[in-house]
Design a protein around this ligand. Sequence first.
Ligand code: E4P
Length: 217
Amino acid sequence: MQLFLDGSDIDKIRKFSDLGLIDGVTTNPSIILKSGKNMIEIISELADIVSGSVSAEVSALDSEKMVEEGVKLSKIAENITVKLPITWDGLGACNTLSKKGISVNMTLCFSASQALLAAKAGADYVSPFIGRLDDLNLEGVDLISDIKLIYSNYKFSTKILAASIRTINHVKQCAHLGADVATIPIDIFERLVKHPLTDSGLTQFTADWEKTGQSII
Ligand code: E4P
């Protein structure tokens, strides 16, 4: 499973990218608002830091303008993926942009039927929002397995990009279910490595090693 970061904190994204752990980044208008920065500048900086896909979302709601914005965003860097909402207009724009060879991520996916349409429209990625489904007392991760089954039935090449991840358990469930990508908020990503037994074990090993009086280098 590829790991994307869902956010725009340049320093942290660079840090984890330098560790070789990050395959891409996703953003959305709320993330851009929170950053307080100019969208084009942020996207171009992110596209420099990571070599993989960087999703940049259009703001237009009609197909023609989505295409116009998508073409402009795609010119920021070669690794830009244009993010479009799953609406009829979004699907039309996806069809047009995909035919131009521009990578598209269909976002705000909450049903298997929407995911089917995204694949038919030629999307590179579809983003099922599992956390927001959980918020409605539904089992968000079930959508990942539904889409997985449908895509494998028909050998669609659209990648399942699990989004709206809220917990470490979501990451595990996505990996179990075979999501192609999980886009993870930076605070959740930072917690992936944490385990109290790792901390206590390391404290003990370090103390015991010091008692040996030895050194490796
Ligand atoms: C990813 O592409 C989405 O923009 C993001 O995961 C949404 O997450 P949220 O539901 O926590 O806002």
